[in-house]
Design a protein around this ligand. Structure first.
Ligand code: BDR
Ligand code: CA
Length: 343
């Protein structure tokens, strides 16, 4: 029998509807070994994001992949201690109004109160076992930036790459004309994270970092008609109806704001890149984060110039997703999160 070599992963989320879909995708992907899910405030307050995370994880394990080991879920930080701004997008509870349906006894006890010790333990274990960890972030970079200050050497020794959903490079933003939500929520954290991963200019990147930003994530869509049909055709399967109900409010938002009959699959695309990079074309660019601009705070400024100095810049090491195979990704996503093979 052929052994599948799994990629050990820490997933950092601000659960949200599309984070929830990203969690389900990660859990039901045999290529990944999800060791811990750490939570950041963002799409809702930190406590609600923690509850959403533990509820979605519990539900997906029960209904979709009961043989998979439950990852640790740990509470991280709230960006800037401020009120969440994503409520209009993801519904008042961050899960399109269905979070309470997933509540279960003992759920609070499953949330480890601090993420940093959990991350340290996962990385220590990896170091002892000679393994490398992939970190995928689908929320603001607050947690990851704090780890770069707490345990820089451990990260450098044990993390093979960081994949972030965040940024808008050639595309416009979704919070302001310039900025995408995850970066806008904590631009200083994003700047710290990026500088840490870029490393010293002469020795090249310390940890390869890739951004799946709006340039590609707005192109991958779960269509309303597709999930509604799937749920109707499989009335006894739990996941299609669940995904339909989870995404209804989120799709209403996309219809109002972008005229889309469906919703963007931002966070699942970042998770999928930990499985298969070939979903996207990835260009190495020099990227900086705008932390102060009056109109550009949270902008991910990529040097896309054709000039020789730009092309020879040693800081041109940040992976930026510039194109995506949307059809292939959408089929892959649907099969993994519903458990139903395409016809
Ligand atoms: C990002 O913002 C959040 O609302 C989503 O969960 C996603 O991570 C898209 O800009
Ligand atoms: Ca998110």
């Amino acid at each position: 029998m052929k052994m599948l070599l799994q990629t050990p992963v820490i997933l950092d989320v601000d659960t949200g509807v599309d984070d929830a879909l990203g969690i389900i995708l990660a859990l039901n992907s045999p290529e990944l070994d999800l060791r811990a899910i750490t939570v950041c405030g963002g799409n809702n307050g930190l406590e609600q994001c923690c509850l959403n995370t533990v509820r979605v994880t519990h539900f997906a394990l029960k209904e979709l992949c009961p043989a998979v080991a439950a990852p640790v879920v740990a509470r991280g930080l709230n960006p800037g201690g401020k009120e969440p701004e994503g409520a209009a997008v993801h519904g008042g509870d961050g899960l399109g109004g269905i979070s309470h349906r997933l509540a279960f006894e003992g759920e609070d006890d499953l949330i480890v109160p601090q993420a940093a010790p959990v991350v340290r333990a996962v990385l220590d274990h990896a170091e002892a076992a000679g393994e490398k960890i992939t970190i995928v972030t689908t929320g603001p970079l607050t947690n990851f930036a704090s780890w770069t200050l707490d345990m820089p050497d451990l990260l450098l020794n044990t993390v093979s790459e960081v994949i972030c959903m965040g940024g808008a490079f050639r595309a416009g933003g979704n919070i302001t004309p310039a900025a995408e939500f995850n970066i806008y929520e904590d631009p200083s954290a994003a700047a710290v994270a990026l500088a840490f991963c870029r490393g010293d200019e002469r020795s090249g990147p310390a940890i390869p970092i890739t951004f799946a930003g709006l340039d590609v994530t707005h192109k991958v869509v779960l269509r309303r008609a597709v999930i509604e049909n799937l749920a109707a055709r499989h009335p006894h399967a739990a996941m299609p109806a669940f995904v339909r109900d989870l995404t209804t409010t989120y799709m209403d938002f996309y219809e109002r704001v972008r005229g889309l009959e469906g919703c963007a699959l931002h966070d699942p695309l970042a998770v999928a890149l930990a499985i298969d990079k070939s979903f996207c074309a990835i260009e190495p660019l020099h990227v900086e984060i705008e932390t102060r601009g009056e109109h550009t705070r949270g902008m991910t400024v990529a040097d896309t110039r054709d000039s020789l100095p730009a092309k020879q810049n040693p800081k041109r090491t940040t992976g930026v997703c510039t194109a995506v195979d949307a059809d292939r990704f959408e089929k892959f996503f649907l099969q993994r999160v519903t458990g139903i093979e395409a016809d």
